[in-house]
Design a protein around this ligand. Structure first.
Ligand code: AHR
Length: 556
């Protein structure tokens, strides 16, 4: 628990301050039975797990570093192609990956933000000290430290409309009263012409309501969101969510949930919430869960600064260590779910994993001065695919997930600076995995030799293959990660209850585990797709070392 204490401490302080591998040439597939395989994946068509919510493929943007200013917002007069001030290329990329939901304005920033600062004529909006100002580096642009409020509620909802995704707003519970929460809902959702706030929205060019359904009630309320105890927060949650005006719009409130394995937060929240009466459960759509994989200290240190790793330069052991830290999220989902069941036997409340990803130490910024910006490598692609597969395998538990954060930050899908832009390997994974959205999750049985590696002179292991499968119409989509840094896996794919008439395989991999895209070289890592000449109930594919794979199997 010491490491989590350090992270909490970091956030508290923030609140106060505001191995290269040769996979060789490989044959992507062969007919079953030609040679022995070492791994097997069975897809059980008759064992559905539930619908994979598209919202599991959600994103997150915060007024932090270069996320909003430079990443999303370039301004209407910019030479960077834009749509009403919003970076055009970003809109196009998000359309391509079918981005379903976008969380905003934080993160820790949310609990310092007065939404009224970000509405009205742009030239009249105030400049405020950003929550992250003291964490920012000396060379950070002024707009990162002193919030210019040029991007606010109108621009955010405009962005969501252009992308075609749902807005998810995080309300300020630490420093604004509940009345202001209700007013923000009113500004967003009150019918055209109904109230003064609806008229202010119309004056900005938005007569029709934004129709915001998802509302976070505070963020990380155990830390930067107010340093509450779980019980104190539950009292606040009841107060903030009582009698919020609906205007015919379904409202789904997300309670600020635990950090990683803080089981006591989950327990304490529900215990206090329901102390009043059982009906209080009706106010909770979801409980958020945050988990960052940051501790690469291999047991030598759990210090929040010391234990973090280098984003770009790392050894195979760091690769596996990161994956281990990320894999923990499956246990976190299962265990918090179990605790939630003690209070909510019918499991009406779902988990909302609204911040996830790796967090490295600074130094790998594509744009020096951008706080928390990392340049994702193949390792982060494998990590992200692993996470998405985990969410897919728990469709009844996870309703929304938001990768932290979309652009110019931690585990970003895109990097941008002025007119430069590149899709990171993480962005490519989201594009590959979009095919699972709204599919019927299917149970799979995987057997593969475990990865064995040396961890400071001691033997360590990691699973050999993992993935997820879903059915969409007549297509089975199977995604599989091979985490081994040097060994390809020849894998028999068996479809139980159906036959394959056609198949394609898309693979993201490299012979360099540190491979990454950059402004200068934006296409170092790109997925490759090929058709397989497959028919019948089985096929054998070779999954290269250090790879993310998607098989699309047409049933027929
Ligand atoms: O994503 C960066 C920060 O990490 C968020 O602001 C906060 O919620 C979390 O601790």
């Amino acid at each position: 628990m010491e490491r989590e204490t350090r992270r909490r401490e970091f956030l508290r302080q923030g609140a106060l301050a505001a191995g290269a591998v040769a996979c060789g040439a490989y044959l992507p597939y062969r007919t079953a039975g030609a040679t022995a395989t070492d791994s097997q994946i069975e897809i059980l068509l008759d064992e559905p797990l539930g619908m994979i919510s598209p919202n599991i493929y959600g994103h997150f943007i915060e007024h932090l570093g270069g996320v909003i200013y430079d990443g999303v917002w370039v301004g209407e007069n910019s030479r960077v192609p834009n749509v009403r001030g919003i970076r055009k290329r970003l809109i196009e990329e998000l359309q391509k990956i079918k981005a379903p939901v976008l969380r905003y304005p934080g993160g820790c920033f949310a609990d310092s933000y007065d939404w009224r600062d970000g509405i009205g004529p742009a030239e009249k909006r105030p400049r405020r000290t950003n929550f992250w100002a003291d964490a920012d580096t000396k060379n950070a642009p002024s707009a990162h430290k002193y919030e210019p409020n040029q991007f606010g509620t109108n621009e955010f909802n405009q962005f969501c409309r252009l992308v075609g995704c749902q807005p998810y707003l995080a309300a300020n519970l630490r420093s604004l009263p509940p009345e202001e929460f209700a007013r923000w809902v009113e500004y967003c959702n009150a019918p055209a012409g109904s109230t003064t706030l609806a008229e202010m929205r119309a004056a900005a060019g938005f007569p029709e309501p934004f129709g915001v359904r998802f509302w976070g009630v505070g963020n990380e309320s155990w830390g930067c969101g107010g340093n509450f105890t779980a019980a104190e927060y539950a009292v606040e949650f009841r107060r903030y969510t009582t009698w919020v005006p609906k205007y015919g719009q379904e409202l789904s409130f997300v309670a600020s949930g635990p950090n990683s394995d803080e089981w006591e937060w989950t327990r304490g929240f529900f215990e206090e919430l329901l102390r009043k009466d059982k009906e209080q459960l009706d106010a909770v759509y979801g409980l958020s869960l945050h988990h960052y994989a940051w501790n690469l200290g291999r047991g030598k240190t759990s210090d929040w600064e010391q234990a973090k790793g280098n984003a770009l330069q790392f050894a195979p052991v760091d690769w596996y260590e990161l994956l281990h830290e990320g894999q923990r999220i499956e246990t976190l989902i299962e265990h918090h779910w179990q605790i939630m069941g003690e209070w909510d036997a019918e499991h009406r409340v779902r988990l909302i994993v609204d911040e996830w990803g790796p967090w490295y130490r600074g130094g790998a910024e594509a744009t020096p001065g951008d706080l928390f910006e990392q340049t994702p490598t193949l390792r982060d692609a494998v990590f992200s695919a692993m996470n998405l597969d985990i969410f897919n395998r728990h469709p009844e538990k996870v309703a929304i997930a938001n990768c932290a954060q979309l652009i110019n930050c931690l585990n970003s899908l895109y990097l941008a600076h002025e007119d430069q832009f590149c899709v990171t390997p993480v962005g490519h994974v989201f594009a590959m995995y979009a095919a699972h959205q709204a599919g019927q999750g299917l149970r799979m049985v995987i057997s593969a030799p475990a990865v064995r590696y040396d961890r400071d002179g001691k033997p360590a292991t990691f699973w050999g293959l993992q993935g997820s499968a879903s059915l969409r119409g007549k297509d089975v989509v199977l995604t599989v990660v091979n985490p081994h840094v040097s060994e390809p896996r020849e894998t028999r794919i068996a479809l139980r209850g159906g036959r394959v008439s056609a198949a394609t395989l898309t693979t993201l991999t490299s012979t360099d585990i540190q491979a990454h895209n950059s402004f200068a070289q934006p296409a170092v890592l790109e997925p490759q797709t090929r058709k397989l000449d497959a028919s019948g109930a089985e096929l054998v594919v070779v999954l290269p070392a250090a790879s993310v794979n998607k098989l699309t199997l047409a049933l027929g």
